[in-house]
Design a protein around this ligand. Structure first.
Ligand code: 3HC
Length: 554
């Protein structure tokens, strides 16, 4: 039990809060509490660091005033609710302390044992640790039952998630009290047990590590990689931009903790990440990470497809399929001439790029039109081969084949350049056309497809022609991890969705995404990737949902 003292039960009794560590997260947490009307004592190691914390809060609230979100009077009242100090002894009378110091277990243990002797016996001791063991921190204190995790997300004033982490020691009444407090702050609490990375970081940081590893292979430029996930998958930021925001040291620390706990190679810190941390390129906070943020920021990297593009004026569409039709409309709207043929047509002879639909049809090409009962739905290989002979010898063949199976497995017998593409559903940021590069695709041909995509107002993403290209190669394993987490009994599908939407700004959570895409599609993608490029196959629970045609959220 929490030792009885002056505060009593109920989050409403928490009126004064101490925040130790006034870096990005700590200063953001101060803002959250002060905005909710609580008194805050902000503590850092030196008067200069405390002053820097005050500066962060003044700047952040100043921006809110400039945007008309906060009146000057309210800003003053908010700032007046906070006192700044370099001494933890000033926390003697607070109701709750939140620690947001660097992620070193020994620092945290040292601080918590100091706090034990300073604060009242009923003061709650919370840690904002992103992945360290709360149990280990709690066990090192005199009253482990009052130790709890309150994990905020960067930027704390904006993102709604607070992971409330309990240990075997934690008083259950305290869990309720802290959950209610988070709600009182306008946040969305998700209560979970003590496990490496909790919910959001375990999923997010593993995904970031995969993305950094993909970037490390040189198969995609940093801008294209970020566009793939921001525009293609609809995430609020690309993985490299997000890593720079979080801090590469923090990303690496969480990778280390996750890998240590799970031995999952996907979570291991990529070599490039380790090198960047050693070199002090930690992202925004040092002015340099995957991108430069200083006044001398460099130009964009050359896209992977750089090269003089072939001129493109006419686009051919061969075969059938919704994506093919949609691409044709978009290209036409972009001012390109579009000719369409279900099987074969001499008109395709003038096209410089022929996009090939592969998702329906038979040798007659009439299945999709419902005029044939041959029951040969599936890749329209025969129809396409019939059409191929009519296409110009120099035309680029661009099969609409997200898994890149067709392009990799079937070299064109007429020795034309094959560039697999995948058109994604539009998202808030636009619509991505992924373009795969293989051994046979020359830089000029890839650049031509890129130029056509640009002209049509699509966002081109060029990456090596591997199963899943870039978007699905990162998205599907991420969704699979969420299913594995559910299967492990750690968190519910609803809580995982809340964690990723409220904590990472996703437009929809992983389970909503799987239900929309179809568990069968994600399962098939993962299975193909596992056999062609490696990686974990679909989680058994995902396969079960695919086979039964069941949704995760009903
Ligand atoms: N502090 C305060 N407010 C901020 C802010 C900051 N650092 N950054 C942005 N904002 C506010 C803006 O003022 C704006 O407010 P308004 O709507 O009232 O005018 C609002 O947020 C939106 O900002 P922008 O229009 O500038 O930009 P976006 O719409 O692109 O949003 C973003 C920016 C909120 C950062 C969004 O891109 C996002 O959610 N990105 C994902 C971030 C993420 O995943 N964070 C979690 C990282 S993991 C973590 O923190 C855990 C740790 O343990 C590692």
């Amino acid at each position: 039990m929490v030792p009885s003292g002056g505060r009593g039960n109920g989050s409403g009794r928490i009126g004064t809060v101490g925040v130790v560590g006034l870096g990005t997260m700590g200063a953001g947490i101060v803002e959250v509490f002060a905005k909710a009307g609580l008194s805050v004592v902000g503590v850092d190691g030196t008067p200069e660091l405390a002053e820097r914390g005050k500066g962060f809060l003044t700047t952040s609230t100043g921006k809110a005033v400039a945007r008309g979100r906060l009146s000057e009077q309210d800003q003053k009242a908010l700032l007046d609710r906070v006192t700044w100090t370099a001494s933890v002894t000033d926390l003697a009378d607070v109701d709750l302390v939140i620690e947001a110091i660097p992620e070193r277990l020994e620092f945290k243990i040292d601080l918590f044992s100091k706090l034990d002797d300073i604060v009242r016996p009923d003061t709650i001791l919370a840690s904002n640790t992103s992945s360290l063991s709360l149990t280990t921190i709690a066990a090192a204190t005199k009253h482990p039952e009052r130790v709890i995790g309150m994990h905020f997300f960067n930027p704390a004033p904006v993102l709604a998630l607070v992971e409330v982490i309990s240990t075997l020691f934690t008083d259950t009444k305290l869990v309720r009290e802290v959950r209610d407090l988070a709600t009182r702050l306008g946040k969305k609490p998700v209560v979970v047990g003590d496990r490496a990375g909790f919910v959001a970081n375990a999923l997010l940081i593993t995904y970031l590590a995969r993305a950094i590893r993909l970037y490390e292979t040189g198969s995609v430029s940093r801008e294209d990689l970020d566009n793939a996930m921001r525009v293609g998958a609809g995430f609020p930021m690309g993985p490299l931009t997000l890593s720079d925001l979080i801090g590469l040291d923090v990303v690496k620390e969480v990778c280390d903790v996750l890998y240590e706990a799970t031995k999952d190679p996907s979570a291991a810190p990529p070599a490039l990440l380790q090198q960047m941390v050693t070199a002090g390129r930690l992202g925004r906070k040092t002015g340099q990470g995957f991108y430069d943020y200083g006044p001398d920021a460099d130009e964009s990297e050359q896209p992977a497809s750089s090269g003089r593009a072939l001129a493109v004026s006419t686009i051919g569409l061969l075969g059938t399929g919704e994506a093919l039709a949609q691409l044709g409309e978009t290209m036409e709207a972009g001012g390109l001439k579009v000719v369409h043929s279900v099987t074969a047509s001499a008109a395709l002879g003038e096209a410089q790029i022929v996009f090939v639909g592969t998702d329906a049809g038979c040798a007659t090409g009439e299945c999709a039109a419902g005029a044939c009962e041959c029951d040969q739905m599936g890749p329209a290989q025969e129809a396409i081969s019939a059409g191929l002979s009519k296409i110009g010898k120099n035309a680029i063949l661009a099969p609409m084949d997200g898994l890149a199976e067709w392009a990799i497995g079937t070299p064109d017998e007429h020795a034309r350049v094959v560039v697999p593409v995948r058109l994604h559903e539009p998202t808030k940021g636009g619509q991505v056309l992924e373009i795969g590069t293989g051994l046979d695709s020359g830089a000029r041909e890839v650049a031509a497809v890129r130029t056509a995509a640009d002209r049509a107002g699509l966002v081109p993403v060029v990456g090596r022609a591997r199963s899943g290209l870039v978007v699905d190669a990162l998205l599907y394993p991420h969704l699979n991890d969420a299913v594995a987490m559910l299967d492990s009994g750690y968190a519910s599908a609803q809580d995982i969705d809340t964690a990723m939407t409220a904590g990472c700004g996703y437009p929809e959570g992983p389970f909503t995404m799987i239900d929309r895409l179809g568990a069968d599609q994600v399962t098939e993608g993962l299975a193909v990737m596992a056999t062609t490029v490696g990686g974990a196959g679909p989680s058994p629970l995902l396969v079960e949902h695919a086979v039964r045609g069941r949704k995760f959220l009903d």
